[in-house]
Write a new protein. Structure first.
Length: 317
């Protein structure tokens, strides 16, 4: 069953009519097939109109869409001979971050992703993609393993942020996130990151301090959620839309600000409407980036990566 966002209500009504028509017998008075085609064309035109002028807050809603493909689905479709790897060798396993080694279009890669889950049971299992310290320490372990065996790293970012619970803080959440960023900057193999949904705060940056950072067209990337920003500045979540506008969270804004390297277009109506098409576009972008980056030696990769993020900081001075 399709889940519709608030601004998609006109589309929901049209697609409901299409579903009703398909269940009607053809009486001969009205050609049902022609009527269905007419309504489908109307849906496509409406989708183009709506998605051509999405507000930042609407893009936040699309990025969080329940049907949007998550990290494991990308891995299942793009990575062959995949061997999942688990645990941080210190405390335990954190299902919020999934990872392992496999082949992306024939190239060996270490892939990491923040997994939100697709239903109530899996969302609870994966803690809605919010990793605890052991998740980030697992990410560090897998990145260092990739560096040791000269295998490029691919990360798929989709989290509202690192888990803020008392247990996570007690086990060193801030240190784990900082060390993960440091590991990203220190490895001597290509590192490509794609924000496929939400890129929230240090929880996202922990695995996205990469040579190339891409965003899907309707993903968002920010230092804090719009709701969190609104609760600080306006003392109310009701101003989340204003916060989303002011924070420049969209892929287009961040490309103009040169925080990311490029935007990956999504199928009309968002990745949730044609997930395989969206995943394949991400796979091609990653593959092309790795082909370019693989020509560089470890020292050049480290130096350019460091200079890239230092340059972002200098722009704000």
């Amino acid at each position: 069953m399709t889940t519709y966002l608030e601004f998609e209500k006109p589309i929901a009504e049209l697609e409901s009519k299409i579903a009703e028509l398909r269940h009607l017998p053809n009486s001969g008075d009205v050609d049902i097939a022609d009527e269905v085609m007419r309504l489908q064309d109307k849906v496509q035109k409406l989708l183009r109109t709506l998605y051509a002028k999405l507000t930042p807050w609407q893009r936040v809603q699309v990025a969080r869409h329940a049907d949007r493909p998550h990290a494991q689905r990308y891995i299942d479709r793009l990575v062959t001979d995949y061997i999942p790897l688990a645990g941080d060798r210190t405390f335990g396993e954190d299902a919020a971050i999934v990872g392992g080694i496999g082949r992306l279009y024939g190239r060996s890669v270490m892939v990491l992703g923040q997994e939100k889950g697709d239903d109530t049971e899996s969302r609870l299992k994966h803690n809605f993609g919010m990793a605890r310290p052991e998740g980030y320490r697992k990410a560090q372990r897998l990145m260092r393993l990739a560096d040791r065996f000269k295998v490029p790293v691919v990360t798929l970012v989709d989290t509202s942020g690192a888990y803020p619970g008392i247990d996570a803080e007690a086990r060193g959440q801030a240190e784990a996130v900082a060390s993960s960023i440091d590991t990203c900057l220190a490895i001597g193999v290509p590192l490509v990151s794609v924000v496929i949904g939400e890129g929230g705060s240090g929880g996202a940056l922990a695995i996205a301090s990469a040579d190339r950072v891409y965003m899907l067209e309707n993903s968002v990337y920010s230092v804090i959620s719009p709701e969190g920003c609104a609760s600080i500045l306006w003392r109310s979540n009701a101003n989340a839309q204003d916060a989303a506008e002011a924070m420049k969270v969209t892929a287009g804004d961040l490309r103009r600000l040169e925080v990311i390297d490029d935007v990956i277009p999504e199928p009309m109506g968002g990745a949730h409407r044609a997930p395989d098409e969206a995943i394949d576009a991400v796979g091609k972008t990653i593959s092309d980036a790795l082909a370019e980056l693989s020509q560089l030696d470890p020292e050049t990769l480290r130096r350019r990566r460091e200079e890239k993020f230092l340059a972002m900081g200098k722009k704000g001075l």
